[in-house]
Write a protein that binds this ligand. Structure first.
Ligand SMILES: [Zn+2]
Length: 547
């Protein structure tokens, strides 16, 4: 890799902004971008900004932008030999094309390329991994990965743990295996109750209503059940129940939020700071030790996710029964949940969702929609969305299972391997250095110096291996989340009528703009957007996926 800098560069400052790409107007404004570039130039006296190119209102998905094209012309006419952008996404969001410019075209033309916030400068010395990290950054930069980091962190954490159950008693729905007290197996009578509780919740029953139902049917609550189970020999002494003689809101809630039913071992939820302090401290959810697939699941991941989502929806309904759209319809203007109202006019009942306050006066004018209109619009949108996803699925299959992502993982695997080799080399060097020192071939100062250098390198490599593994996991997670998205909607391929469960499963929320306009955010909307974006790039066609 070249690391030689010239004494003087004639630079073009390139800026771009597009609402379509979801750019944040404030931080990404053209003015802010220009300012950032000028500030950068101040500390680089060898760079002279001779031209500024702007594309205001042009998407980064393609390069059909007047400012960009002018810049390329100027490069060919040797007016500039350096390009400065705020970050890669300003330059382009099409990562193959962007990579081609940065990795092939610019080096061939002798153009220095600088992406300030990505810390990328083609004139600087490069680390071995840079070529891949650059396009990778392009890939993740914008369209991807918001919730990934949390998942990955817990995944990695979990790998270090074995996942044996160490609790004194098996959680409700499970029992300890005959042959291994650290292993859980399903306790069917209780597991069926667990499943029923999840089902009732998905159908729209509140925790309190579910508790009532179970109590009326005389189903023993976990505390009673445990007391009569064969597992409970030490029960009286060891188990400090909550004194709940019957099903309660909290008992239901504990079951509905417990990941143990997914087959995931979750331990370490609380700890004692040290042995002197009796008080237990609740640990952040993220730090809980989770190990997946340690035992058989009772609840599917999907049902579990829906229930967690329902818990987040403010249904504002205390009677226990929910309406079709309860908690799912928001005001586009203020973001509040819309209120359902029924009025009788000329002996006919009309039901509306509108933005009202508690006194039933209008909060946001014009934000009101008839329930039957809403239902029809949502049904039609879902049908269209499913059709689009099925088309996407065909296309993805057609193009051989995401070659882009495959290329990324292959490249990352290779990088990990070479980093591991290098690490091994330093470890060997360190060992033979110690031998040389013992045999008097190097003196103490030399030994300490060299050992320091080798160890620093070892540390650096350890870190970069970890980082590369993390990135690879990100890419892998992405592919499987696309599949999850497609599979979910495929199941509803023939949907003709809406019900509560379908809505909760397929829709994140609905924003009402006016009586004629709604916006729908679907489940896995990010994945959907990503796939559309990927396909745009692969096909080079933009029309198909609009609308
Ligand atoms: Zn409002």
């Amino acid at each position: 890799m070249k690391s030689s800098k010239k004494e003087c560069y004639f630079a073009g400052a390139y800026t771009r902004l597009s609402q379509d790409d979801g750019d944040k107007a404030e931080s990404d404004s053209i003015r802010n971008q220009k300012e950032l570039i000028r500030n950068f130039q101040k500390s680089h006296s060898e760079i002279h900004i001779v031209e500024e190119y702007s594309d205001d209102g042009y998407s980064g998905v393609n390069f059909e932008r007047p400012g960009f094209q002018k810049m390329i012309t100027d490069i060919h006419e040797k007016k500039i030999d350096c390009i400065i952008v705020k970050d890669l996404s300003r330059f382009g969001r099409n990562y193959i094309e962007t990579g081609k410019y940065i990795e092939q075209i610019f080096p061939a033309l002798g153009v220095r390329f600088i992406a300030i916030n990505d810390n990328y400068d083609s004139a600087e010395k490069r680390q071995p991994g840079d070529q891949i990290i650059l396009p990778f950054k392009n890939l993740v930069n914008d369209a991807y990965s918001r919730d990934l980091s949390v998942k990955i962190r817990s995944n990695l954490n979990a790998k270090r743990q074995i996942g044996d159950y160490v609790g004194a008693f098996a959680p409700y729905g499970y029992k300890k295996a005959e042959d291994n007290k650290n292993q859980l197996t399903i306790d069917w009578p209780a597991a069926k109750v667990v499943r029923r509780i999840f089902q009732l919740r998905i159908e729209g029953k509140s925790n309190a209503v579910i508790a009532d139902i179970l109590n009326q049917e005389g189903i023993p609550c976990p505390y009673d059940y445990k007391r009569h189970s064969p597992d409970s020999r030490n029960f009286a002494s060891g188990f400090h129940g909550n004194g709940e003689a019957s099903w309660s809101f909290n008992a239901i809630n504990r079951i509905l939020t417990n990941e143990i039913y997914l087959g995931t071992m979750v331990q370490g939820k609380s700890t004692r700071p040290n042995y002197k302090i009796k008080k237990t401290v609740v640990i952040d959810q993220e730090k809980w030790i989770r190990v997946k697939n340690t035992h058989e699941a009772i609840i599917s991941q999907r049902d579990f996710d829906i229930v967690q989502k329902l818990a987040g929806i403010d249904t504002r309904i205390s009677t226990g029964e929910v309406y079709l759209f309860s908690g799912l319809v928001l005001c586009e203007k203020c973001g509040d949940t819309l209120i359902r109202r029924t009025v009788v006019r000329n002996h006919t009942r009309y039901t509306y969702y509108g933005c009202y306050d508690r006194k039933r006066t209008i909060k946001c004018k014009g934000v009101v929609i008839r329930e039957d209109d809403l239902e029809q619009a949502v049904l039609t949108s879902i049908q269209k969305h499913i059709q689009t996803l099925l088309d996407i699925d065909k296309l993805l299959k057609h193009v051989d299972e995401m070659p882009l992502l495959k290329r990324e993982t292959d490249a990352l695997t290779e990088l990990v391997a070479s980093a591991k080799n290098e690490l091994l080399r330093y470890q060997n060097l360190n060992e033979s250095l110690y031998r040389d020192y013992l045999e008097g071939i190097v003196d103490q100062d030399e030994y300490l110096d060299l050992r320091n250098i080798y160890s620093t390198n070892e540390e650096r490599l350890h870190k970069s291996i970890q980082e590369l593994d993390r990135k690879k996991q990100q890419v892998l997670n992405k592919t499987s989340s696309y599949q999850r998205c497609i599979e979910l909607f495929r199941e509803f391929g023939n949907i003709q009528k809406l019900d509560r469960k379908t809505l909760v499963m397929l829709i994140s929320h609905i924003s009402v703009v006016s009586k004629k306009k709604i916006k729908i955010c679907f489940t896995y909307q990010d994945e959907f957007d990503d796939m559309c974006y990927l396909i745009q790039k692969m096909k080079g066609e933009h029309e198909i996926w609009q609308g």
